[in-house]
Design a protein around this ligand. Structure first.
Ligand SMILES: Nc1ncnc2c1ncn2[C@@H]1O[C@H](COP(=O)(O)OP(=O)(O)OP(=O)(O)O)[C@@H](O)[C@H]1O
Ligand SMILES: [Mg+2]
Length: 319
């Protein structure tokens, strides 16, 4: 099966300012997005996400490497026809209403009037902008504007949609709506590639993830693969009727302890003796409620990747 997106050793250097200072925005990245999956492109500010996306869209030239969409080298018309795109900060003619915007976009794709009307109705329904009626985009809230941008990206019924920070600046409800749109696109067998630095959004909708830091991919895979590292064990004891002093006899052996509703929730180190900990709990009369392995969170992985990138950059600067 051809990949929806296939990027090999892609690099890009910008030259900034009067002294043409080099900015290595992408330092040879490899990325494979399979057909039909939703792929989260994660990275801190300045990591190079928008740069990679703009290269994919044919908006800027790449430095080196290759980038293909459905097997077509980009930029190419064949690739462009199967693509929909929501830019990071979309700008539209803001005196248009959303149906006019969609009609205008449909014309660019050479759709007939009947096609355009039908498609605009479907899309306005999908992104939940029916209530906006004929109001001009300039009266829209940020969330509404983002929805209009998403609708606009879907006019040509693309097989691959690329969203640059689709949830940024939205409130929790707006973010949930965008997540639902992504899930409905996936259900319609579309491939969705989106960038974000909001981890919970990526966690809840992405099948696979890549973490980009300082122009390099630090991690790539399914969520399970990326956050598979076990970091410890959680042991829960019922301790409601025990004094603080008695509890302390056990608590000291844990890495971290918190209390909730009469329970002691203890996090043990990965190499801790779980048996001995449970026994010591029994000895003080605590009641064992649960023993659960604890895995690293995506946030742990992300923060580690980002701080590793930062320290490498400092080393580079000092040499
Ligand atoms: N046109 C440009 N000229 C010079 N440098 C640029 C240009 N565009 C981006 N950069 C630099 O390239 C690097 C990557 O930027 P990019 O916008 O791709 O990051 P990003 O991951 O999208 O960040 P954000 O999360 O803030 O959107 C940054 O250091 C940025 O300052
Ligand atoms: Mg960006």
């Amino acid at each position: 099966m051809t990949s929806a997106i296939s990027i090999k050793n892609l690099s890009k250097t910008y030259f900034k300012g009067f002294r043409r200072q080099r900015v290595h925005a992408l330092r040879g990245i490899d990325l494979e997005v399979r057909e039909g999956e939703s792929f989260g492109f994660l990275g801190p500010n300045g990591a190079g996400k928008t740069t990679a996306i703009r290269i994919l869209m044919g908006l800027i030239n790449k430095g080196g490497g290759t980038a293909k969409i459905f097997g077509h080298e980009i930029p190419s018309r064949a690739a462009r026809e199967r693509l929909g795109f929501l830019p990071e900060a979309p700008y539209f003619y803001d005196y248009l209403s959303v149906s006019e915007l969609l009609d205008f976009t449909g014309r660019l794709f050479g759709q007939s009037r009947a096609q355009r009307v039908k498609r605009a109705d479907e899309l306005i329904e999908l992104v939940g902008l029916k209530h906006a009626g004929k109001s001009p985009l300039k009266s829209y809230s940020k969330g509404m504007m983002q929805r209009a941008g998403i609708a606009q990206a879907l006019v040509n019924d693309p097989d691959l949609v690329v969203f640059d920070e689709p949830m940024s600046g939205l409130d929790p409800i707006g973010r949930k709506d965008v997540r639902d749109i992504i899930l409905s696109l996936k259900a319609a067998k579309k491939t969705v590639f989106f960038s974000s630095h909001i981890l919970s959004d990526v966690e809840s909708v992405a099948d696979r993830i890549a973490i980009l830091v300082q122009g390099q991919i630090r991690d790539q895979g399914s969520l399970e693969e990326i956050v598979s590292a076990r970091i410890g064990t959680e042991v829960i004891f019922g301790v409601a009727d025990l004094s603080a002093e008695v509890r302390e006899k056990v608590a000291g052996a844990a890495k971290r302890v918190r209390y909730h509703d009469g329970d002691m929730i203890a996090l043990l180190e990965i190499d801790a003796d779980i048996d001995a900990f449970v026994r010591s709990g029994h000895e003080i009369g605590a009641r064992l409620k649960a023993v659960t392995p604890v895995n690293e969170t995506l946030e742990d992985v992300f923060v580690r990747a980002a701080s590793k990138g930062r320290s490498e950059e400092q080393e580079e600067d000092s040499t």
